[in-house]
Design a protein around this ligand. Sequence first.
Ligand code: NAP
Length: 299
Amino acid sequence: MEERVCVTGAGGFIASWVVKGVHDNQNFYCVSPLQRLHRKHDRLNKFENASENLKLFEADLLDYDSLRAAIEGCTGVLHVASPVPSSSIQNPEIELLDPAVTGTLNVLKACCEAKVKRVVYVSSISAIVMNPMWPKKRVKDETCWLDKEYCITTKNWYGLSKREAESGAVKLVNENGLDKVSICPALVFGPFLQPTVNASSLVLVKLIEGTYMRLVDDGNDSMPNKLRNIVDVRDVAAAVFLGYENPEAEERYICTAHAIKTCDLVVKLRSLYPNYSYPQNVVQMLHLELNLCDSLHGL
Ligand SMILES: NC(=O)c1ccc[n+]([C@@H]2O[C@H](COP(=O)([O-])OP(=O)(O)OC[C@H]3O[C@@H](n4cnc5c(N)ncnc54)[C@H](OP(=O)(O)O)[C@@H]3O)[C@@H](O)[C@H]2O)c1
C-alpha cells in the first residue's frame, strides 16, 4: 500500500529539503505539507509529479483541527515546523514557546488520533547543550538536556522552546505509546529551496556583511569567535528519513558534521567571496558556551 507522509512547516529551509526528499522517493510516499500561507506553494508544486503526489494543506500549529485534517490517513509525520527567530523577540511566550510547545503537542495528539505509525520530530542541539550541571570531562550525548533554569537566566528563549517542546513530546508519546524519533541538528547551513533567508543562513549573511557583532566590555563591536557545530541541510533531511525508515531508530539523535570556529568560517567565506566587508575585531569566547560546544566535537 502506498504510504502517505505529512511534513509540517513545508515552506521552511529544512522542511523544503525534507519534502523534496520525500518526493524523490515518490514510489513510496505522498506528502501533505502544512503551511500557514500559500505564498510558498508554487515552488513545491514544481517538483516532478507534484500534481499526483503532493497534496498541500494550510495549517497552523495552534489550530488543532487544521492539523488533524492534514494528518488524517497518513502513515508517518515528519514534524519540522517551529518558530526560529532571526532577531530578538518581545514576547517569548506568544512568539516562541506557545507555538513550539503547544504546537508540537497538537501535532502529536493528532498523530495519536489518526493512528500514525511513526513520527520524526526535528528538535535541536539547542535542546541539549546548555547544561552547566553536566560533568566537565564527560562528552555530551543524547542523554543531556538543556538546563531550564540556566536558559531562563540567560534568556535563551529559542533553546527553552525546543527543550520544552521535546520534553513535552517525550511525555506525550510515553503516555500514548506513539512511536517517535527525535533528530537534533546542530547549526544548519546549505542551499536554499525556499525564497526567503531563514535564521541560520542569516548567520552567514551577517558574517559576509560584517554585521555579526556583539558589543564587548571595551565598548567596541567585536565578532564572537564561537565554536560552531554545523551540518548540511541535505544531511539533516537524510537523517530525518533514516529516523523514519529505520525500524531500530528510537528516542533522539544528535545530527552534526563539523565543528568550526567563527574566525575559520570567515576565512572560508572570504576565500569564496573576497569582496565583502568581513568583521575586523574578534573576541574569544572563553565562557560556558564554548566549553559546552567543545564537548560535542567529534560526535
Ligand atoms: N536551521 C537550523 O540551524 C536548525 C538547527 C536545529 C534545529 N532546527 C529546527 O528545524 C526546524 C526548521 O527550522 P528551519 O531552519 O527550517 O527554519 P524556518 O525556515 O524558519 O522554518 C520553520 C517553519 O516552521 C513554520 N512555522 C513556524 N511557526 C508555525 C506555526 N505556528 N504554524 C505552522 N507553521 C509554523 C514556518 O512557517 P512560515 O514559513 O509560515 O512562518 C516555517 O515553515 C525547526 O523546528 C528548528 O527549531 C533548525
